[in-house]
Design a protein around this ligand. Structure first.
Ligand code: ZN
Ligand code: ZN
Ligand code: ZN
Length: 970
């Protein structure tokens, strides 16, 4: 804008130069902590919790992060998204109380505490775990506050609070009452030396040498006759390979791979079946000729049930089953399956309803129940030799060697593990058709992004069972009594609820300290054996059960909240975790799904799409991001990420975020600096009286705002980010704000011309500031501090702006004046008429924008030819031919302008940002522009340059002031 020209008189002081204290550059290192402290002082966490009470509730139920370690970028991304959802819903007028939560029980904390203090047990261990969790809760709480997240931080739910622990038991009692709880065998990794089950974190893999044996399972007569009628001279056997001979007595089936080619080979005494792809190596190994007899597809076993005779147990037949877990590149493609002795074996067993047979003592010896009976009392190590010897005697062993392979070992004693079936507690997913009910419920839950629907369905569909028990200390006890004589369990709803009442007062520690006598119901006898001696169950509940029943423990118990939630929002990995445990338990306890919407987001990855991990060294912490971008920048990044994909943190992405943020901030700053003398209450110009271009800008704001509100309602924050970015860049900076600069700086400070533009500037600033508030929460608070006179509450307690629908107001006027229609009109007709009116208005402006670009192109050519140096030195003569495309629209718009008491030439002068415009009535010597039918001539403006506004005019003024400026100054 105008600078002083030293030789001449200065008019600088007579201009309305923009001014504001709002800083040019965001100083987030200084400002962010100040804002967090201020919110704390203002008690904004509590205020937002209670705000809009009585209005429609919106409940986002916070999935509890695990209380160990610092928050990482994934946590930050998640919490920020939740915060954007809540702030925007609140600004849409809803009551949005948010209670944050923490998941506190479970192995990772117990493991960490035990690592430091291996000897802690019982109460002391639990106290240490509580302290550990509390320490991390306060650290994480601090870190979440740094993200500008507004939740009720003073009143979180903790799964380790005694109330929550009691509610966990009450929820469990419901499952007991409704018949979902069963206790049965499950294979678990077991250390015979330490006599304990191991969690996956406690298993170490080391190389170990084991026997590798090939032996036969003979098909029974019926199977052979049906499936292999041409092979009747000798027995037909499946050749099976194993490296754990001790588990052979526990075998309950032989598995083949479905839809796979197998061959029958001839040996001296028997036909053997092996996978075709392995036949050559097996014949070499066995030293037999490749006596390939027949081939067949394994699916014949799907059509006909086949049985094989157990090689160690006479008259005992096991089924031949098809299963995808069988591989065809190793062994024989005929697999030994013992559901009581391995994790995959177990799964296959559960799927096929096989017995989970595991007569093994905690120290790794065969019990009295083992068949063959010769094994009773032997250790499984000795069992290895016995099995090999017996197979040899029975002529079932075709080949024996040894193998070195990676094998699971105990983290404490480093001994080899076995898999052993132990009694575990389960939630029966087939009870009352639970799984199908859950699958149906998913159809009624809005899944965002939509594609996640199938993924969630698949994880629920694929779930075989839910084992609820863990053999650990730090968790809610399974409050059952176990018969000392026969190991049967006693449990019922009343008993569990009784215990829950004590736990509510004393925490889970109650279960450890209460004596069995005071616990036992009067006259209790074992329902299985009549025994009267009982012990307390020592297992605890799976932590997924703890957090999974938060809908019951939090939403149902806290009257400030509501059930079901409107939204659960977590990373997509929670489809198999919290979403699932929450859905299943809510379908049992409340018999309705616990949420209406499930929104998921991806993982945080680096520029190469690699998941962030310490070992790759590509982890970026929230602190580093804040350091670089500021809190608002980090939040803007979270909003910009498309939640259907992964969240990329890369140099390019971060630069783009900074660029967009700078653009938005600068635009707002420009607006603020030009309304410092504008009092919205007094100086606002009503829409009807505004200048035409101002009306248009206000309408544009209305349209953009509608889009923004729609995007917020759809939780489409990526869209919000893009709309804001392009609105600031395209519609404001390089169009409207550019056009009105002259009026803002030059016109009389309180005159109509300037006030009309300021009215629009204020509306844009107010709408924009509120629209960015859910995302750039600190900047919005600062901006509103500057432009809201007498601001009495935080921007986060205000509602989104409601820009005026100018076209509607305009149409309303015309209806009232009877211009638009003559007869009575129905509301539906009115809507249609309104829509077509709005559309025609937009078309007019679009047509005019095309005229503008064609003329600006021509001015640019004149500039290149040095006819003018600056667009303000330009005089443009324009002629619009009737045949020009959309000429009728342009004429109609120019007519509107005249009807608005504006001069068309002045309008165009401002619109093109030139000094002089002549609206010609003939094309004469004019040149056709790039727009067919639009003619123009561009030349240097006549007269002299006004030292105040830099526009050129023919003037008599001594100081060369243009007429306009002369009037204002003198
Ligand atoms: Zn061990
Ligand atoms: Zn008993
Ligand atoms: Zn002037």
């Amino acid at each position: 804008m105008p600078e002083q020209e030293s030789s001449k008189k200065s008019f600088k002081d007579t201009l309305n130069l923009p001014h504001t204290d709002f800083p040019i550059r965001a100083d987030h290192k200084k400002d962010d902590p100040v804002m967090i402290e201020r919110w704390e002082k203002e008690n904004l966490y509590e205020k937002t919790f209670n705000h809009n009470k009585g209005q429609e509730k919106f409940i986002l139920h916070d999935g509890p992060p695990y209380a160990n370690g610092h928050t990482h970028i994934g946590h930050a991304y998640n919490k920020i998204l939740k915060d954007i959802v809540c702030k925007s819903q609140r600004m849409l007028g809803k009551h949005v109380p948010v209670t944050p939560g923490w998941d506190c029980h479970g192995l990772p904390i117990e493991y960490a505490v035990k690592k430091e203090n291996p000897h802690l047990e019982g109460d002391a261990l639990k106290k240490a775990c509580r302290d550990y969790a509390n320490k991390w809760i306060s650290i994480q709480k601090y870190e979440f506050k740094q993200l500008g997240v507004l939740m009720d931080w003073e009143n979180p739910y903790l799964t380790m609070s005694s109330e929550y622990e009691a509610n966990t038991l009450k929820a469990f009692a419901e499952l007991v009452e409704k018949g979902y709880i069963e206790r049965k065998n499950k294979s678990v990794p077991w250390c015979p030396a330490c006599q304990t089950v191991l969690a996956s974190a406690e298993i170490e893999y080391q190389d170990r040498k084991d026997p590798s044996i090939y032996f036969t399972f003979m098909l029974n007569d019926a199977t052979r006759k049906t499936l292999f009628p041409t092979l009747q001279d000798k027995p037909v056997s499946l050749l099976v390979w194993t490296t754990t001979p001790w588990s052979l007595p526990l075998n309950r089936s032989v598995l083949l791979r479905p839809n796979t080619e197998y061959v029958v080979l001839l040996t001296n005494d028997t036909y053997i079946i092996v996978g075709q792809s392995l036949a050559a190596s097996i014949t070499t190994m066995l030293g037999i000729e490749n006596n390939h007899c027949i081939s067949f597809n394994s699916n014949i076993f799907a059509e006909t049930k086949g049985y094989a005779i157990h090689p160690l147990i006479d008259n005992y037949e096991v089924p031949v089953l098809l299963d995808d877990s069988v591989l065809t590149d190793d062994g024989t493609a005929c697999v030994h399956n013992a559901p009581g002795a391995g994790p995959i074996d177990y799964e296959v067993g559960v799927k096929n309803n096989l017995e989970v047979y595991s007569p093994i003592t905690p120290s790794g010896h065969y019990t009295q129940d083992i068949v063959p009976a010769e094994l009773v009392g032997l250790s499984v190590n000795d069992g290895q030799g016995w099995v090999i010897k017996t197979l040899l005697e029975r002529n079932k062993l075709l080949f024996k060697t040894s193998i070195k392979h990676s094998y699971p070992h105990c983290w404490r004693c480093h001994g080899g593990l076995i898999f052993r079936a132990t009694k575990q507690w389960f939630c029966d997913l087939s009870k009352n058709d639970l799984k199908n009910k859950a699958l149906n419920a998913i159809n009624n839950i809005t899944m965002l992004p939509q594609a996640s629907h199938n993924r969630f369905e698949a994880t629920v569909e694929g779930r075989l069972e839910w084992c609820l028990s863990r053999q650990r200390a730090w968790g809610v006890p399974i409050t059952a009594l176990i018969c000392n004589t026969c190991d049967a369990a006693f449990i019922n709803k009343e008993f569990v609820n009784d215990v829950a009442q004590h736990v509510e007062k004393n925490g889970i520690e109650y279960w450890d300290t209460v004596s069995i006598d005071s616990l036992m119901p009067q006259g209790l006898t074992c329902s299985q054996c009549g025994g009267v001696g009982f012990s307390k169950e020592t297992d605890i509940l799976d932590v997924w059960f703890d957090s999974g029943i938060s809908h019951f423990a939090v939403l149902q118990q806290n009257s400030a909240l509501a059930y079901p939630a409107d939204m659960y929002l977590e990373g997509k990995d929670q489809h198999r975790g919290w979403f699932q445990s929450s859905l299943l338990t809510s379908m049992i306890i409340e018999e309705t799904p616990c949420t209406k919407t499930i929104m998921t987001h991806g993982f945080t990855v680096d520029a190469h799409g690699r998941k962030m991990s310490k070992s790759v060294g590509n982890v970026v912490s929230p602190t580093e991001m804040i350091e670089r971008l500021g809190t608002d920048g980090l939040r803007l990044w979270a909003a910009s990420v498309d939640n259907a994909g992964d969240a990329v943190v890369s140099e390019i992405v971060l630069k783009n975020i900074q660029e967009v943020f700078r653009k938005i901030r600068n635009t707002c700053r420009f607006l603020i600096s030009n309304i410092n003398d504008f009092d919205a209450a007094q100086d606002t110009i009503p829409v009807e009286r505004m200048k035409t271009v101002d009306k248009y800008a206000l309408q544009e704001l209305y349209e953009i705002h509608q889009e923004l509100m729609f995007a917020y309602q759809q939780y489409d924050f990526t869209r919000v980010f893009h709309i804001l970015g392009s609105y600031c860049a395209a519609d404001l900076s390089s169009f409207y704000l550019d056009i009105i600069k002259d009026r803002l700086y030059v016109e009389k400070h309180d005159g109509f011309e300037r006030r009309s533009a300021q009215t629009v500037c204020f509306a844009i600033l107010d709408a924009m500031t509120k629209a960015i508030a859910p995302i750039a929460s600190f900047a919005a608070e600062q901006l509103s501090d500057h432009y809201q006179k007498n601001k009495d509450q935080s921007i986060h307690l205000q509602q989104f702006a409601q820009p005026i629908d100018v076209w509607e107001t305009y149409a309303q006027c015309m209806w009232e004046k009877g211009v638009m229609h003559r007869t009575e009109i129905t509301p539906a007709q009115k809507t249609v008429e309104m829509a077509s009116f709005a559309q025609s208005q937009m078309q007019k402006w679009q047509a005019l924008k095309n005229v503008r670009s064609a003329l600006l192109k021509m001015i640019e050519v004149a500039r290149e030819q040095s006819i003018v140096k600056h667009s303000l030195e330009t005089r443009v003569t324009v002629y619009i031919d009737q045949n020009m495309q959309n000429a009728d629209l342009i004429f109609s718009l120019l007519e509107d302008i005249e009807n608005n008491r504006e001069n068309v030439e002045s309008f165009l002068k401002e619109y093109l940002i030139v000094s002089q415009v002549v609206y010609a009535t003939q094309k004469d010597s004019l040149q056709e522009t790039s727009l067919k039918g639009l003619y123009a001539h561009v030349e240097h403006a006549h007269g002299v340059k006004c030292p105040r506004c830099w526009q050129w005019s023919v003037t008599e003024d001594n100081d060369h002031l243009c007429q306009r400026c002369a009037k204002i100054v003198k």
